[in-house]
Design a protein around this ligand. Structure first.
Ligand code: ZN
Length: 419
């Protein structure tokens, strides 16, 4: 059934055009939207009463597997640096996950994403003791709630050969009949042979890599010590920067040569300012490649708009200033990445209805400023994904969210007991 959004104030993805009227969308993974004079017969009519309708948001780098970590018991000893944060918190957590917990994580994130106006998630997953079937499990749960996805499994040598091989197998199986990426943890836990296997696998499935890069200085120190070069130099030499589907997450500790290499490569970047502050690892300076940067959340939450606002605030000091328009472009660039690479999930029939009634006028010129200074996930009323109503006045439309969240709580208790 088509959906007709009547009395809508539509603002385009780039913010450059604004018009009022009736919008019709149809259920179609690659569908578009059309303006009509009146709602077609048989359409589900949603009266927007003048509310803003704009393309839904997307997250360029998430860790769904960390969704049940919120409020979990503290690690046995307090981590003193970034590598200890990984060892004492995240690598203990990911090893404890089984598929039921992974499914619960995906349900929790999907619900939170829709309530943040997010309709597509690019995820980076790790569950070393439950690798087999993990990506299918996540995809199934996101599909159920109505969230689009581009998934990958985090390949690494950190847990030994059998764990590495299970990750490669899961990636290969999943990519055989799903769109996705080949995930790698980070240079400092990826051997040359695994890097080569990952690049070969990406070629086989005509896709790109998704890897953490220089999130902390430790990644660079390890690379210099073991490979006698810097991380981006190592990746370039291996042929890891050649695909426009490749995503480099973080890229904080780079030198000027590495920045130039990235600027001249096909790869994209994702920025996760809140996570960077949480881990005290530094901040991104993207002045050398402003058009390649997308906004991620790194598992902290599923609020792309909130993450873009933090990036905007950080840029005032870390990147020599940034305009609301530039921040808005950064928030929206993930759709450029998805579209350029012909990934499903970037369709024009993914929309968010915002119940936002500001004290100042909205124009195409100042819409980015409203996004950075006024708008928040609290204003998200409804979400349409691939032409289907998936969030209806703040409630998930395809699933019983209370029941799913109760299940998440049970799985969280089980996970915390294991920890
Ligand atoms: Zn990450």
């Amino acid at each position: 059934m088509p959906i007709a959004l009547t009395n809508a104030t539509f603002i385009s993805r780039d913010g450059a055009s604004m018009r009022t009227g009736t919008i019709v969308v149809r259920e179609d993974p690659a569908g578009d939207l059309e303006f009509v004079d009146r709602a077609p017969k048989g359409a589900k009519v949603i009266d927007c009463a003048g509310r803003i309708v704009t393309p839904a948001f997307a997250i360029a780098h998430h860790h769904i597997y960390s969704a049940l970590a919120r409020g979990m018991p503290a690690p046995p000893i307090a981590p003193k640096n970034f590598v200890e944060i990984l060892e004492l918190i995240w690598w203990r957590l990911d090893k404890a996950l089984d598929l039921d917990m992974v499914r619960a994580c995906a349900h929790a994130v999907a619900i939170d994403a829709l309530k943040s106006g997010v309709s597509v998630i690019i995820d980076h997953h790790a569950s070393p003791n439950a690798a087999q079937g993990s990506l299918h499990t996540i995809a199934g749960a996101l599909d159920e709630v109505g969230v689009g996805h581009l998934l990958c499994y985090e390949l690494s040598d950190r847990d030994g050969e059998s764990s590495r091989d299970a990750g490669l197998q899961e990636t290969d199986n999943y990519l055989t009949n799903h769109q996705g990426l080949v995930g790698l943890h980070a240079s400092f836990t990826v051997s040359d042979s695994l890097l080569k296997s990952a690049i070969d696998l990406a070629h086989t499935h005509d896709t790109g890599l998704h890897i953490h890069v220089a999130e902390d200085q430790a990644d660079q120190d390890h690379c210099l010590e073991n490979y006698d070069c810097r991380v981006i130099e190592r990746l370039r030499a291996a042929g890891a920067l050649e695909s426009s589907k490749t995503i480099l997450a973080h890229c904080i500790h780079l030198d000027n040569n590495e920045r130039e290499i990235i600027a001249g490569s096909s790869a994209w970047l994702s920025q996760q300012s809140e996570s960077n502050q949480n881990n005290a690892v530094g901040a991104l300076d993207a002045r050398a490649f402003p058009d390649k940067v997308m906004i991620g959340t790194d598992g902290m939450h599923s609020d792309a708009l909130g993450a873009a606002r933090t990036a905007y605030m950080m840029a005032q000091r870390e990147e020599g200033g940034m305009s609301p328009q530039e921040a808005h472009n950064r928030l929206r660039s993930v759709h450029r990445y998805l579209k350029t690479n012909q990934f499903a999930g970037a369709s024009d029939n993914d929309l968010v209805v915002l119940n936002y009634n500001p004290p100042t006028p909205i124009t195409t010129d100042n819409w980015p400023a409203h996004m950075m200074y006024g708008l928040s996930r609290a204003h998200v009323e409804s979400v349409i994904a691939r032409g289907k109503l998936v969030l209806d006045h703040g409630r998930c439309a395809l699933v019983d969210e209370d029941k799913l969240l109760a299940g998440c709580q049970r799985e969280a208790m089980r996970l915390w007991e294991k920890l």
